[in-house]
Design a protein around this ligand. Structure first.
Ligand code: XLS
Ligand code: NI
Ligand code: NI
Length: 443
């Protein structure tokens, strides 16, 4: 890495090292030891951390009330493609120094949009070639690629759900190219997040037709993946709203219903984002459990919201309790497979130093690593798991098992209650006991 790049973009910062929980060094890991082996795999391999290009290398701290505040030294020059290459050099130096094995991007994050689709495609080709070299030199891999189908004004009424078939066609062409770029870079997944696939008002919207168009679009993506031999996992990233008032992929449950309605369920899993879960009125764990229950847990967009704000604040998550519960669910589901923990999180507007980019990711990585270890402990201890198993044990045999196997009926069960069972005994859910038990692992 250092050899392939003449100059460093982070001269004051060395590769972040693991120094253990007692370390007072703000630029060291306290819990994330990438090379630590647990169950035959390194922590790096277990957690598959990924850096979100859009936030960490395109985010400037702008909000609806004011422009950007973050100025990076590498954002210099006049030719947008050269700036993009230079920025990518800085990005790969960061990925290396923070010890993240993956990154993720939208097509327009890494390469500038041109005046025509052909020019945009040419720009993307040049940057993909550059990314290929940097991936080879550093060993850093692409967790997923996606297409930005929400920033350009052409998508103001949606992309695949646009009432104008011309815009649908343009979006199709853009996704085709983004899939090719993802494949060229060995991307392990491809994400669909439909920020503008929804509606502002039903007064101008044919909901049924728009949903069918979105399904047609996804079927074309499935077909094209087959055609070009793209083997990565397709992921839907649900979000209830923002920017659009109502998005069709509202949450995991509505995503499952949508995919099954249109015969797409075999081709997709879910990329679950913590802040999107809370915007939908769910917990992070709820969304993980709903996806896992149908074998569709794919990947995580690792961030958090703010309890006092009703929008996607995309903050770095340092809430060990929330993350431990999520990790317990993820482990029970058998892990994330080709997915990972992608930091879809951004610095606060006033966090303007490059050090802040490091502090943010160090804090996030440490919190997930600690949560992962605590979750392993909770599962090894088995008390929580056993409690839940016992709670359902009446379904393990006899008429309970017959219910689960659909081997009984209303009539049989009525007879059983009248002749034998009578009134059920009250059984405590012991919630407070369980909350206390959980705290014994966290402290
Ligand atoms: C926005 C989404 C977006 C996706 C990728 O809220 O989280 O960043 O992850 O398009
Ligand atoms: Ni996201
Ligand atoms: Ni988001």
């Amino acid at each position: 890495m250092e050899g392939s790049m003449a100059k460093t973009h982070f001269p004051k910062i060395k590769t972040v090292a693991y120094e253990g929980p007692g370390s007072g060094n703000p630029l060291a890991f306290k819990h994330y030891n990438p090379e630590e082996i647990i169950g035959g795999k390194t922590l790096k391999e277990h957690l598959r951390f990924s850096i979100a290009y859009w936030h960490s290398f395109r985010g400037v701290g702008a909000d609806p009330f004011g422009p950007g505040t973050i100025v990076r030294p590498w954002e210099k020059g006049t030719d947008p493609v050269s700036i993009a290459k230079n920025r990518m050099d800085a990005a790969f130096e960061f990925f290396t120094k923070i010890q993240a094995p993956f990154y993720a991007f939208h097509d327009r994050d890494i390469a500038p949009e041109g005046r025509t689709l052909a020019e945009s495609n040419r720009n993307l080709d040049k940057i993909v070639a550059h990314a290929k070299q940097l991936q080879k030199a550093t060993g850093i891999k692409l967790l997923w690629g996606t297409a930005n189908l929400f920033s350009n004004p052409r998508y103001m009424n949606g992309a695949a759900t646009n009432p104008d078939a011309h815009v649908f066609a343009y979006a199709a062409a853009q996704v085709k190219k983004a899939m090719e770029a993802t494949k060229a870079l060995g991307g392990e997944n491809y994400v669909f997040w439909g920020g503008r696939e929804g509606y502002e008002t039903l007064l101008n919207t044919d909901l049924k037709r728009e949903q069918a168009h979105l399904a047609a679009f996804l079927h074309m993506a499935v077909d094209y993946a087959k055609e070009i031999g793209f083997k990565g996992q397709f992921l839907i990233e649900p979000k209830p709203k923002e920017p659009t008032k109502h998005q069709y992929d509202f949450d995991v449950a509505s995503g499952i219903a949508f995919l099954r309605t249109f015969g797409l369920e075999k081709h997709f899993k879910f990329n679950i984002e913590t802040n999107h879960a809370t915007l939908a009125g769910h917990t992070f764990s709820h969304e993980i459990e709903v996806a896992a229950a149908v074998g569709m847990l794919g990947s995580i967009d690792a961030n958090s919201g703010d309890m006092l704000l009703g929008w996607d604040t995309d903050q770095f998550n340092t809430d060990v309790k929330e993350l431990t519960l999520a990790m317990v669910s993820i482990l029970r589901a058998g892990g994330l497979g080709s997915g990972g923990f992608n930091f879809d999180a951004k610095l606060r507007r006033a966090s303007t130093d490059v050090e802040d980019l490091f502090y943010a990711h160090i804090g996030g990585m440490d919190a997930y690593a600690l949560a992962f270890k605590l979750a392993l402990k909770i599962r090894a201890d088995g008390k929580l798991e056993k409690f839940v198993q016992d709670r359902y044990s009446s379904y393990d045999g006899d008429y309970g098992a017959a219910i689960e196997k659909k081997k009984t009926s209303f009539k049989d069960l009525e007879k059983l209650v009248l002749k034998k069972l009578g009134e059920p005994k009250s059984r405590s859910g012991h919630q407070e006991y369980l909350e206390n038990l959980l705290n014994t692992y966290l402290h």
